[in-house]
Design a protein around this ligand. Structure first.
Ligand code: GLU
Length: 515
């Protein structure tokens, strides 16, 4: 009988789930599912200082949100939402902090067998020999013994190191394939040496056979830096610098924290968010939760990240999970780093959003609506129109609230804006004249069916006098109602605003335009 496939995802709970972590989890999960194997979730919380229960619960919640499930590990239990104290599986516990006895037994065996020794309170594994290990992605790698120092497997504080714990757990949990980020490739000779030594000192050596290692390439920003949670601080800091933001300006911001943030001593995420909100800049999404808050659909994210570091070897790039599972192979993973292309993710997301049922769009978008949309949402007809206006064009579920803010807030006209000037509001432009004609005509239209009537009126004018096309009329009207040259479908937009508000904005625009 062939051995069943066992893979695992082993996050360290020192922060939220990074999009790269989600990609690693997805690949390990898909590989197990494809082969009818088992996918284990293990929380690597031996770094007591940096680990937290909240972060572990957050990672599990984010995995669930994106649609990855696991067969063994901490499980959400009834009466314990987000607590994950309940654990399921035959090789638990699945929190490393609860497995210290197991690690100590292994360390002791290595020490007794002469493979490890005490060094100022710590225990080190003896190295010295060349190590060769295979990697399903990177091939066969040999590291000469002279480059491999004896390394710590038990720290002076009594805790095992990551290396010891990960190796022991993978062995005892029957992991056959270790899929993880390429940053762990340099750790692999150590893990191979540890397994080889354990196979010689433990009573059941077959358990300590080396797994198949497959390291995933890193995910980079278009600029070439590694995509990291620090990117948010970077963007906020640059925006603060550009705006000349000083201390004491932003409410609730601590001066000392701000000062050290600007000196790059801290990348405090909360502060980055406060600065961004104050300056109206958007921070890049890095963690799964960021993407959720911005209104990306799990299916779009999964489809997109599946293509990061993995080549489907066909032209078809759009697929759902079952299809991905079927197609996924370790051979398809490539060595070179991949670049996170936000425009492409936008396209994937927009397509999935457009394909939602109107009811699903409405519910999902409603969950992300800011407070100022409360009034609009209470009016069922208006909310329906808002959804109809944006579902076909929204790149994220939160975008409509940003670009469609003019539906709930008075527009601001900037006639110096290039686009606005080009729409006929520049010196000597024809837009004010067209607007005045529309204003007079629209005032006489019926309130009911106003949008269509207004649209038909414009179409009739354009047909009568082709020198002034639809685009010119519509452009002037768009600026008047929204302050910008882009609005959703005009008919829908006018119905959403209503006749009265439309006329009010037209008058306001005419009153403001420089003579
Ligand atoms: N805990 C490690 C990390 O979060 C994972 C180690 C592994 O997958 O082997 O990077």
């Amino acid at each position: 009988m062939t051995q069943p496939i066992v893979t695992r995802f082993a996050p360290s709970p020192t922060g939220a789930l990074h999009i790269g972590g989600a990609r690693t989890a997805l690949f390990a999960w898909a590989f197990a599912r494809k082969h009818g194997g088992k996918f284990i979730l293990r929380i690597e919380d031996t770094d007591q200082r940096r680990s937290s229960k909240d972060s572990a619960a957050g990672i599990l919640r984010d995995l669930q949100w994106i649609g990855i499930d696991w067969d063994e590990g901490p499980m959400p239990a009834e009466g314990d939402p987000g607590g994950y104290d309940h654990q399921k599986g035959e090789s638990g516990p699945y929190f490393q902090s609860q497995r210290l006895d197991i690690y100590n037994q292994h360390i002791e065996a290595l020490r007794k067998g002469g493979f490890a020794y005490e060094d100022q309170g710590a225990v080190r594994l003896r190295m010295g020999k060349d190590i060769t290990h295979d990697d399903a992605v990177f091939g066969t790698i040999t590291v000469p013994g002279k480059d491999l120092e004896d390394f710590v497997i038990k720290k002076a504080d009594g805790f095992p190191t990551f290396h010891l714990a990960v190796v022991v757990d993978d062995a005892l949990m029957g992991t056959t394939h270790v899929l993880r980020g390429a940053e762990h490739l340099p750790n692999t000779p150590k893990h191979a040496a540890l397994l080889d030594a354990l196979a010689q000192v433990m009573p059941n050596p077959e358990k300590y056979a080396r797994p198949v290692w497959a390291h995933m390439p890193s995910i980079m920003n278009p600029g070439g830096s590694k995509m990291s949670k620090r990117d948010k601080a970077k963007v906020a800091r640059e925006a603060a610098q550009k705006a000349g933001l000083g201390m004491g300006v932003v409410q609730g911001m601590e001066d000392a924290l701000f000062a050290s943030f600007m000196k790059k001593e801290t990348d405090d995420k909360g502060l980055a968010e406060v600065i961004a909100a104050h300056l109206g800049v958007t921070l890049p999404e890095i963690e799964v939760l960021d993407f959720a808050k911005s209104g990306y659909l799990p299916a779009a994210i999964l489809n997109y990240i599946a293509l990061l570091g993995w080549n489907p070897k066909t032209e078809v790039e759009r697929f759902d999970l079952p299809e991905f599972i079927e197609r996924f192979t370790l051979e398809g993973i490539h060595k070179s780093n991949s670049t996170f292309d936000r425009e492409k993710l936008f396209r994937f997301n927009a397509e999935r959003i457009a394909a939602l049922t109107p009811a699903a769009f409405s519910t999902r978008a409603a969950g992300l609506a800011p407070a100022e949309f409360a009034g609009l949402m209470q009016d069922e007809t208006k909310w329906h129109l808002f959804c109809k206006a944006y579902q076909p064009r929204a790149r994220t579920l939160s975008e409509p609230f940003r670009i469609g803010r003019f539906f709930v807030a008075a527009p601001v006209w900037n006639f110096a804006d290039k686009g606005v000037a080009k729409a006929g509001f520049g010196p000597g432009g024809e837009a004010p004249g067209l607007l005045a004609q529309m204003q007079a005509a629209f005032a006489t239209l019926p309130e009911n069916g106003f949008g269509k009537a207004a649209h038909d009126w414009i179409a009739a004018q354009a047909a009568e006098n082709p020198a002034i096309g639809m685009g010119k009329w519509a452009g002037a009207l768009r600026v008047a109602i929204s302050g910008s040259t882009t609005t959703p479908d005009l008919e829908i937009s006018l119905d959403l605003l209503g006749q009265k508000e439309t006329l009010k904005r037209m008058a306001g625009c005419l009153g403001n335009v420089p003579k």
